[in-house]
Design a protein around this ligand. Structure first.
Ligand code: FAD
Length: 583
């Protein structure tokens, strides 16, 4: 039996969200003798997965099949998805959903006892499994309670990773801060899986929780792993204007309407890919998220949006659905509106605006979750396999985190079983990181920059220059500002100089991660001179398959902007075509 030091494991997973917990279970089930650890900056049940509302896609009905799910995903992603990954994804999706059912996930059912599915944007067939509008909560709870069965899964709750330990081209573990004590320690592993979620907080208006700062993406990037397709940032058309809180797409799938200031269903005026015998009343609110968000900007330009204290907005009208539907299918929507807007959607229209929701891009991995760095794997929203291409379809992410979480867990377990020795350089690498944190964040009496002001400036730069519509000049302006923020960050000053629960220290490091991620978004967007899915360049308005049917890979350089390389998109059976959503 192998012997382990106190902080030494076979497989270490960074992140206790859906992807991380599914990976942990897969690793231990692959080899029950392995010593597996899950490390998370928040208690696992507080990961962002908990807030997912609408549901998880998997073909289950007799009128559905794997090819239809694959085609919706690929066309929804504007042909940027790797089709081998999508084929694996759609096939394993129902297996994963049923496994969750056996572990206790309370999926909604029809009256005849069969699994109920709801329609979702861009999916031409109803295939979204749901547990009321608290799907993420139930999935995460199911996964969390399943991990508790295994003695060999150790948890590091409220530990924060600051660096990947890398020597001789291999990942050896991480350096992390134990938040409650402030001690900085190495945690070693033969394989590491990054499952740290998305980076919506790089933008000012987002549905993403405060903890979604692109930590894992920046950690991998700093370790020399490229970030793939970072120009593709998804806006969701229906966030609450002030808080950015999401009003789930399920509200539109149950029949909600989008209305402009004249109470007009404005989406009928836009090309949503829907063939136009106007008005296309059934499916227009269920067009894909990128097109709906773009339509909002056009309405804004025509002066047909409403003005509010937190910017322009339109209305989501659910009043005609009635109280019964609200209470049975959308109880959380009602609760959120009552608590955060003081309105009841049974009687009032809901003010909404597009808000940043999801990152299609992320850490470059292969179909098993392996990155180009030996011993390092990634899964979930932080990774880019890629199944989501240039625009993710609603309800594919919750499925993706379990399908690819499981794949990465298995691959990391196999890799760990082969490795034996640890590198002697770990002690030095750890000491260097301890010194860096001390030097950069403690005792700097003359430093003047504040986290809040740098973060605000980053938000403005991203919203103004790299938002729903982009141009070369808007991106260049943002790039200059982000470069400036990189420099100014060196002068960051913390007013809290303590070690115990120093949340200001954590916020400062998170900001440094976000600035790194921001520069990859901007450079990848500048280099892609076409419009595709969520990446809309008004100076290059057309999709250009000739030159850009390829993934971008952003590599960190020692000075200045990231270097962009490209990788072909894998096409198996569906050659590029037009995105069409008519029923
Ligand atoms: C409001 C909302 C609703 C959504 N609804 C849906 C939906 O209905 N259907 C759908 O398919 N998708 C939905 N999504 C998207 C989907 O929920 C997410 O993409 C998915 O849950 C991400 O899971 P994850 O495991 O990759 O990351 P997360 O659940 O975000 O977990 C990340 C983990 O990493 C840890 N971590 C991060 N950084 C560090 C660090 N430096 N050190 C240590 N630990 C760290 C965190 O503590 C956390 O445990 C929604 C997203 C939001 C924001």
């Amino acid at each position: 039996m192998a012997r382990y030091g106190p902080n030494e494991h076979d497989v270490l997973i960074i992140g206790g969200g859906g992807a991380g917990l599914r990976a942990a279970i897969a690793a231990i089930e692959t080899n029950p003798n392995l010593n597996v650890a899950v490390l998370s900056k928040v208690y696992p049940m507080r990961s962002h997965t908990v807030s997912a509302e609408g549901g998880a896609a998997a073909a289950i009905k007799t009128n559905d099949n794997f090819d239809l799910h694959a085609y919706d995903t690929i066309s929804g992603g504007d042909w940027m998805s790797d089709q081998d990954a999508v084929e694996a994804f759609v096939k394993e999706a129902p297996e994963e959903m049923l496994r969750l059912e056996h572990w206790g996930c309370p999926w909604n059912r029809q009256d005849d006892g069969k699994i109920a599915v709801r329609p979702f944007g861009g999916m031409k067939i109803e295939r979204t499994w749901f547990a009321a509008d608290k799907t993420g909560f139930h999935m995460l709870h199911t996964l969390f309670q399943t991990t508790l069965k295994y003695q060999n899964i150790r948890r590091y709750d409220e530990w924060f990773v600051t660096k990947l330990l890398v020597d001789e081209g291999r990942c050896l573990g991480v350096v992390a801060i134990e938040i409650r004590s402030g001690k900085v320690e190495a945690i070693l592993a033969k394989s590491v899986i990054i499952c740290t979620g998305g980076c919506g907080r790089v933008f000012p208006f987002t549905t993403n929780a405060n903890i979604k700062n692109g930590d894992g993406m920046a950690l991998a990037y700093r370790a020399g792993v490229p970030l793939k397709d970072m120009e593709f940032v998804q806006y969701h058309p229906t966030g609450l204007p002030f808080t950015g809180i999401l009003i789930t797409e399920a509200a539109r799938s149950e029949g909600g309407w989008m209305l402009n200031k004249d109470n007009y269903r404005y989406l009928q005026d836009y090309d949503l890919g829907v063939p136009q015998p106007k008005p296309v009343l059934r499916s227009m609110e269920l067009g894909p998220r990128d097109r709906l968000s773009q339509a909002f900007v056009k309405e804004q330009e025509k002066g047909r949006t409403l003005k509010g204290p937190y910017g322009d907005y339109v209305h989501l009208d659910l009043r005609h659905l009635g109280e019964d539907v609200m209470n049975t299918k959308l109880p959380f929507v009602r609760e959120l509106c009552l608590k955060y807007e003081n309105i009841d959607p049974v009687k009032n229209m809901i003010p909404v605006r597009p808000v940043v929701h999801y990152m299609m891009g992320g850490i470059h991995t292969d179909i098993q979750g392996a990155t180009p760095l030996k011993g390092l794997f990634a899964a979930g929203e932080c990774a880019c396999v890629s199944i989501n291409g240039a625009n993710r379809l609603g309800s594919n992410s919750l499925t993706e985190i379990v399908v690819f979480g499981a794949r990465a867990g298995k691959a990391a377990a196999h890799y760990a079983a082969e490795r034996t020795s640890m590198s002697p350089s770990v002690a030095k690498l750890t000491a260097d990181e301890q010194k860096r944190i001390e030097r950069q964040f403690y005792g700097g009496g003359t430093r003047t920059e504040k986290i809040a002001s740098l973060r605000k400036e980053m938000h403005e730069a991203m919203e103004n220059g790299a938002g729903i519509y982009r141009t070369e000049s808007s991106l260049k302006r943002s790039q200059e500002r982000i470069h400036e923020l990189q420099e100014r960050f060196k002068n960051i000053s913390l007013s809290d100089q303590s070690y115990i629960f120093n949340t200001e220290l954590i916020a400062a490091i998170e900001l440094s991660y976000m600035i790194d991620v921001a520069e990859t978004i901007i450079q990848s967007a500048l280099s892609r001179k076409e419009s595709r899915g969520s990446h809309q360049r008004t100076d290059y308005a057309k999709r250009d398959d000739q030159d850009y049917l390829k993934h971008s890979l952003a590599y960190q350089t020692t000075k200045g902007s990231p270097r962009i390389e490209y990788l072909p998109v894998t096409i198996t059976r569906w050659p590029p075509g037009e995105r069409v959503y008519g029923r």
